[in-house]
Ligand binder design. Structure first.
Ligand SMILES: Nc1ncnc2c1ncn2[C@@H]1O[C@H](COP(=O)(O)OP(=O)(O)OP(=O)(O)O)[C@@H](O)[C@H]1O
Length: 209
């Protein structure tokens, strides 16, 4: 893990975020500080704004008031450094149906070796499915293709929107362990999930307003 991310400064800060969609307040005056080594679950009922908050943090949504800071700098000045350290997995699996798992990962992670890709696919339980068109994989297997990226990159900040969707019990346990390992090595993990984590973590709770 990069020593650049080991200071006591918060890695990510949200200051007084206000967000409305369709004249409905999703969250107001929402502030938090997230540091290296934390595992953070954003929780709340359906429609409370979890994915919206994630999209704001990763810079995919501009529809909000307030500030997001990276290492104490306003995001608009720090975005390049933030993206350099970010692995973001969105709500959709982002797997191209016509490509095989191996081809999908090669296109998303062009610097990864074929050996590393096969190794990552094996780790997520897709040994033997490397060359199968992804459209013929199950929903859980497609999610696993996306999750294989966690084994391919050494980015310190993981932001994951519903990573447990369609994953079976053994996959859930493996992913929880991976998240714990990453944060214990100094990484910051932020995720949304309706799954109750069985490992120690911090929570940001959104509610119906
Ligand atoms: N671009 C948009 N335009 C209008 N409304 C939006 C937009 N994006 C989200 N919303 C609304 O904002 C609310 C919050 O959506 P969001 O996807 O953030 O919720 P969530 O907490 O992630 O929900 P879930 O648990 O169901 O995944 C929803 O009512 C949704 O319809």
């Amino acid at each position: 893990m990069s020593t650049e991310f080991s200071s006591e400064l918060p890695l990510l800060q949200a200051n007084q975020l206000n967000c409305e969609r369709d004249d409905r307040t999703l969250f107001a005056d929402l502030s938090f500080e997230l540091r290296c080594g934390e595992l953070v679950r954003i929780t709340g009922p359906n429609g409370s704004g979890k994915s919206t908050l994630i999209r704001i943090l990763v810079g995919l949504s501009a529809g909000f008031e307030g500030d997001v800071l990276f290492k104490g700098q306003p995001m608009h000045r720090a975005r390049a450094g933030f993206y350099d350290g970010l692995l973001y997995l969105g709500h959709q699996v982002g797997v191209k149906a016509s490509l095989t798992p191996q081809e999908n990962l090669s296109s998303i992670e062009p610097s990864a070796s074929q050996h590393a890709i096969f190794d990552a696919l094996q780790k997520v339980g897709l040994k033997g499915f490397e060359d199968v068109p992804s459209q013929s994989l199950s929903a859980g297997q497609q999610r696993r293709v996306a999750l294989a990226r966690l084994y391919l990159q050494s980015k310190p900040i993981w932001i994951l929107d519903e990573p447990f969707t369609a994953i079976d019990q053994s996959g859930v346990e493996q992913l929880e362990q991976l998240l714990i390992d990453h944060s214990s090595k100094g990484g910051l993990v932020i995720l949304t999930t309706h799954h109750q984590l069985s490992v120690p973590h911090k929570e940001i709770t959104l509610g119906a307003m």
